[in-house]
Write a protein that binds this ligand. Structure first.
Ligand code: AMP
Ligand code: MG
Length: 490
């Protein structure tokens, strides 16, 4: 018997839509001319308790916004945000939350359409998205997931059969995003700016129930929640730094309290290591440069702290002091995560005072020589395996003096070089979503050829294994590519 999309396994419980308006506005996805799935994430579907075969055969209408799955309560969420430092009221201008899917084992995930038409918050925008940027989000978010970095996911990208007008007409598409929640720093800023306890308190209860239910019993749940978010963001940004990721637009509306990476716009990965790298064409001041990311996360978290102040215990001054105390822990938390990750990248299992300096010295050499970030660390794992013989490349490379120090350091801990190499291979990826490969896949897809995209997605699925299939994906861009730029024209 033919099964319909209603039988795919949807199990919605839409708790956000039970919060008071104006935290959201009901919204209906726009119908489009010719829905077609171009990529479906079957493993993610299965994880959500959805039947990939039914979705593949019958899901296009849902993934393009023409049909609603049973149990959906479509809404656009309201939020504010500091964009490049300027406070603005925003909201889902081109995204619609269908609802919260409960997985068979009881986890809860937002299912959101991105690019599904205008909402109350669209301002001058058309509410639409182009195929390139939606595929880019699919590729990079799934690549991040494979790297083990917390991120929103992409369940599907569907084309609409319509064009969107950007600098030129482009094929339109809708991405189905899956997230632990879409509660942003900016969501709290929005509620706080309305100065309505009737909004802020229920929003907070909702966020706590979803992400930190155990903190409801804390002495000061709002302060405890702030600390939990500070910890998650410190861990997250450290992971970005350790893999060479530049988010590109770390506005407070693009930072979620769940600690997932969200909103893949002008993001990109470093090829040559340069801490000042900025990819986004609109980031002229370098506010969101690679090495600025921890400071910006800290700044954004200060905006969350301000928004939570009215909920904290003990009157204004006590609350402020507590919030500042929690915020003040961000730099050391970030450093702790970064150093732990740095040790792992270098194969170190013991701790020595000088480990941070050893890592910094390597980065300095890499900067001077414009070494490829990913390939350098992948190469170190091979060098560890070769052991302390001089004729293996490391001792003869531009890193020679550093290599001696590193090898001496490795001998001051237990285990063999082969064991160190095996550990390093589990944390230093050989393939990442390299910019030139992402662009190549998007260009082919825009011309109707999705084979390049599917090959890239397959390779990114196993970023830590050297395979014959990924050999060509391990290297940086061909010479003469020039500095990479990403555009916000999404
Ligand atoms: P972003 O830079 O993608 O994080 O978006 C910033 C804000 O602009 C959010 O409120 C978006 O919903 C809104 N936005 C972005 N693109 C569009 C569009 N094409 N139509 C309407 N709103 C948009
Ligand atoms: Mg955004």
């Amino acid at each position: 018997m033919q099964r319909s999309i209603a039988d795919a396994g949807w199990r919605f419980d839409n708790s956000y839509a039970r919060l008071p308006e104006p935290l959201f506005t009901p919204a209906v996805p726009a119908s489009v001319r010719a829905p077609a799935i171009v990529v479906l994430n079957a493993p993610l579907a299965a994880d959500l308790g959805l039947d990939p075969e039914v979705l593949e055969a019958e899901g296009a209408a849902v993934f393009a916004g023409n049909a609603l799955p049973p149990g959906a309560t479509p809404i656009a969420q309201a939020y504010a945000g500091h964009q490049f430092g300027q406070f603005t009221n925003l909201g889902d201008g081109r995204a619609i939350l269908l609802g919260e899917q409960l997985t068979p084992d009881g986890r809860r995930y937002d299912i959101q359409l991105k690019g599904s038409g205008r909402t109350r918050y669209s301002r001058g925008g058309d509410g639409r998205a182009a195929l390139g940027p939606m595929l880019r989000e699919h590729i990079v978010s799934e690549g991040m997931h494979a790297l083990g970095i917390p991120t929103t996911r992409s369940l599907a990208v569907a084309t609409t059969g319509e064009q969107v007008l950007r600098a030129t007409p482009l094929p339109g598409a809708v991405l189905t995003r899956v997230a632990a929640s879409h509660i942003r720093v900016g969501t709290f800023q929005y509620a706080a700016a309305l100065a309505d306890e009737g909004l802020l308190a229920p929003l907070f209860e909702h966020a706590l129930a979803r992400h930190d239910p155990e903190l409801a019993r804390a002495d000061d749940p709002a302060a405890a929640f702030l600390e939990a978010v500070v910890e998650r963001q410190a861990a997250l940004v450290a992971r970005w730094i350790l893999v060479g990721f530049v988010h590109g637009v770390m506005n407070t509306d693009n930072m979620v309290v769940s600690g997932e990476t969200i909103d893949y716009g002008p993001c990109a990965f470093l090829d040559a290591y340069d801490p000042a790298t900025v990819f986004s064409s609109i980031d002229r001041q370098g506010r969101y440069a690679y090495s600025n990311q921890p400071a910006i996360a800290h700044w954004n978290l200060a905006r969350l702290a301000e928004s939570l102040l009215p909920l904290m215990k003990g009157g204004d001054e006590a609350a402020l002091e507590r919030a500042q105390g929690v915020l003040g822990t961000f730099p050391e938390r970030f450093e702790r995560h970064r150093l732990a990750g740095a040790r792992a990248k270098l194969g170190l299992i013991s701790k020595e005072e000088g480990d941070g300096e050893l890592f910094a010295a390597l980065l300095e050499r890499m900067h001077e020589t414009r070494a490829d970030f990913t390939a350098t660390f992948a190469g170190l794992a091979r060098w560890a395996e070769a052991g302390p013989s001089a004729a293996d490349g490391c001792g003869e490379s531009v890193f020679s003096g550093w290599c001696d120090l590193w090898r001496a350091r490795l001998t001051r801990q237990s285990g063999t070089p082969a064991e160190a190499a095996a550990r390093m291979q589990r944390v230093n990826p050989v393939v990442i979503p390299r910019n030139h490969r992402v662009e190549e896949a998007l260009t082919a897809a825009e011309a109707g050829d999705f084979s390049v995209l599917h090959r890239l997605l397959a390779v990114l699925h196993s970023p830590f294994d050297e395979t014959p299939e990924n050999e060509a994906y391990r290297v940086g861009p061909p010479a003469g590519c020039g500095p990479y730029r990403t555009f916000c024209g999404t």
